[in-house]
Design a protein around this ligand. Structure first.
Ligand code: ADP
Ligand code: MG
Length: 343
């Protein structure tokens, strides 16, 4: 019998692969299922996470400069440690490259990785290097550190908690669409100059994301500890569903509350797509989605970086998007499915 991977999807596959895994060590506090694993090392907790980036799937070198790619590959990993409320510490970088790449090209990639490591105070401590038949493959593993009682899991949301996001959402996807559009135009007419003016912000969101480490300091200053948190790599809908599934809750997200930048909005309308779709399904914004107790409302309501987009409900109420007209739509995670046409 042969079952197509597309019938289970990326998350169905992870669930299947992980279902019979029994943790053997009492020090493994959290295994599969969060942004990072949590390992009790006695004093501080060790956070551990890994990510894989493949040419043609996760990035396209026609519009992604290698230096940016290196930086972004590091950011994607740092963001997973941040999503646990941890401090990133060390990383290993493994690459496989075909002979299409020159030494200078790989040096560019590492310049980007080093830049991120310097900026975020991370030691690059190892990795592995291999040749590859085609294309470029990058796998980064990162460690982080946190006090046990500071770690924020996906699973801690409670009914009545406020659902919040940092920054604005959908920009990275808008940037991708612009770059894709200009690539197609260039293919049709190589003399054409790309038209990127007016879209600098969203292109930056796609090519130069930053992890929101600054938000962790803000939490400390405000004296709040989120009840749950996840970074937005796959789109708001998918991440909200992760929090709800892990916390065994429902949620209501109010569509008109989702923070969307003007450039994102403008581009969505040009493409004839509702701007909220970019935020819900686009992904790669690397902002944080988190929940706080209602009693923390006064502490967060005037923070410019935070937007309250909804609240946590009982699991029986389901996970819903509430439209401005008051219509309730079941949240689905279109951004999820790496084995369908989108990833
Ligand atoms: P993120 O988007 O935060 O990087 P993922 O959605 O990739 O997280 O992964 C969700 C969880 O599943 C994580 O705990 C991750 O470590 C685990 N996971 C992903 N792929 C595999 C795999 N092939 N085998 C075991 N665990 C996996
Ligand atoms: Mg994550």
């Amino acid at each position: 019998m042969r079952t197509e991977l597309s019938t289970v999807g990326e998350f169905g596959l992870i669930e299947l692969l992980s279902k019979d895994i029994k943790l053997k060590h009492p020090g493994t506090l959290k295994g599969i299922g969060d942004d990072a694993a949590v390992i009790d090392t006695g004093n501080k907790m060790l956070l551990l996470s890994t990510d894989l980036l493949l040419e043609g799937i996760h990035f396209d070198l026609t519009y992604m400069p290698l230096r940016h790619l290196g930086y972004k590959a590091a950011v994607v990993n740092i963001s997973d440690i941040v999503a646990m409320n941890g401090t990133p510490k060390q990383m290993t970088v493994s690459i496989a490259v075909s002979n299409r790449f020159s030494l200078e090209a790989i040096e560019e990639l590492y310049q980007g990785i080093r830049l991120a490591c310097n900026k975020y105070n991370i030691d690059l401590v190892g990795g592995d290097t291999s040749s590859n038949v085609t294309g470029l493959f990058i796998s980064i593993t990162i460690t982080g550190e946190a006090d046990k009682d500071e770690i924020v899991y996906r699973s801690g949301a409670k009914e009545g908690d406020l659902l919040c996001v940092t920054g604005d959402l959908g920009g990275a996807y808008a940037g991708l669409l612009i770059l894709e559009r200009e690539k197609q135009a260039f293919k049709a007419n190589p003399n054409m100059q790309p038209e990127l003016t007016g879209y600098e912000y969203v292109i930056g969101r796609q090519l130069k994301p930053e992890p929101r480490i600054d938000i962790l300091n803000l939490f400390r200053e405000l004296k709040i500890l989120p009840t749950s948190m996840i970074d937005i790599s796959d789109g708001l809908a998918s991440e909200a569903l992760h929090i709800c599934h892990q916390s065994n809750t429902g949620c209501n997200i109010y569509e008109e509350k989702i923070p969307i930048d003007d450039q994102t909005r403008k581009l969505a309308l040009e493409f004839n797509i509702a701007p909220s779709i970019f935020s819900l399904s686009g992904g790669e914004d690397y902002e944080l989605l988190f929940t706080v107790r209602q009693t923390d409302y006064d502490k967060i309501r005037n923070v410019p970086d935070f937007t309250i987009i909804g609240h946590i409900t009982a699991s029986g109420d389901g996970q819903n998007l509430i439209t401005p007209e008051g219509q309730k739509i079941r949240l689905t995670a279109q951004g999820w499915d790496a084995f369908n046409e989108r990833h």
